[in-house]
Design a protein around this ligand. Sequence first.
Ligand SMILES: NC(=O)c1ccc[n+]([C@@H]2O[C@H](COP(=O)([O-])OP(=O)(O)OC[C@H]3O[C@@H](n4cnc5c(N)ncnc54)[C@H](OP(=O)(O)O)[C@@H]3O)[C@@H](O)[C@H]2O)c1
Length: 338
Amino acid sequence: MPQNQSIVLASRPQGAATAENFRLESAATPALQDGQVLVRHHYLSLDPYMRGRMNEGKSYAAPQPLGEVMIGGTVGEVLETRSPRFAVGDKVVGMGGWQLYSVVDAEQPGALRKVDTTHVPLSHYLGAVGMPGVTAWYGLVRIIDPQAGQTVVVSAASGAVGSAVGVLAKSRGCRVVGIAGGAEKCTYVVKDLGFDECVDYRAHADALSLSKALKLACPQGIDGYFENVGGMVLDAVMLRMNAFGRIAVCGMIAGYDGQPLPMSYPQMILVQRLKVQGFIVSEHMQDWPAALKELGQLVGSGRFRPRESVAHGLEGAPQAFLGLLKGRNFGKQLVKLV
Ligand SMILES: NC(=O)c1ccc[n+]([C@@H]2O[C@H](COP(=O)([O-])OP(=O)(O)OC[C@H]3O[C@@H](n4cnc5c(N)ncnc54)[C@H](OP(=O)(O)O)[C@@H]3O)[C@@H](O)[C@H]2O)c1
């Protein structure tokens, strides 16, 4: 069996996470038991939710245990198998964690899924045709429920979730406006992803200034907002929401280091009779097949070309992850492991 390398959680962050919170370890992979397969990971997915798991406190999921391999989505290839359900060479997606190899109990429902790489590159099963894509689909379709001609705004618009929200909303006939950090990201959102406009929040000192820019970009107001960041961006959007608007609260990355995230205009929920709903994508497994089908068609046909930020080598994962939390990624953040 091959020698494995993994990254474990060494300590819990006090405020912002640092590279010292992680530790690289090395060990032999265990011999396979009946029903198990050995997977060699080609890509590891880095996702903002991992920051929450590093904390001890109460959340929707259990904390990442200290000294154990960091949780994470992976795509790879079956190297050895003692399961009739998988053959050597199968391309698979699973939750292999921050490591080079994983031994997976293939009989456990949902532990490992075979994927077809004929039209969709393997790495996209961690992004647009994976968990982030389904997240976009669920928040947009099930919560915002956009109608053709309505205006949908999404924050972190160049990222894994945000880019998919925009493409899905455009294909439903909406006016789509992104909010992203920096001119380069905004240009990509409009030119490559096909959004109608994109507002650079970093060019604005406060919510009122950002809100003025949103008024120009959304002359008919905002009917649906897909929230990924919180803070000043949410304040600015709240001031532009139309009556009976819907806000899908997907993420609040501006507060993931534990700082307070005050909301300046909650009265708009009442004044505009808004629906504000949080969700966790893993609690809606019944919607995954329909979402993955639509996203697979968009990517497979070339109508959606998701961008990726790829770090190379497992040892680069902590820095890439810390960069993701600061907006240094540009598109889906991955680590290439082969
Ligand atoms: N609810 C669920 O089930 C679920 C599932 C998956 C993801 N999510 C959430 O969805 C959001 C997007 O995830 P993703 O995987 O697609 O990540 P991503 O957008 O690819 O990367 C994170 C982006 O967040 C932005 N950002 C970081 N710090 C920020 C700050 N202080 N203020 C404003 N923007 C900031 C940066 O973009 P800019 O440079 O443009 O600021 C950064 O590139 C996250 O909040 C995540 O937690 C939720």
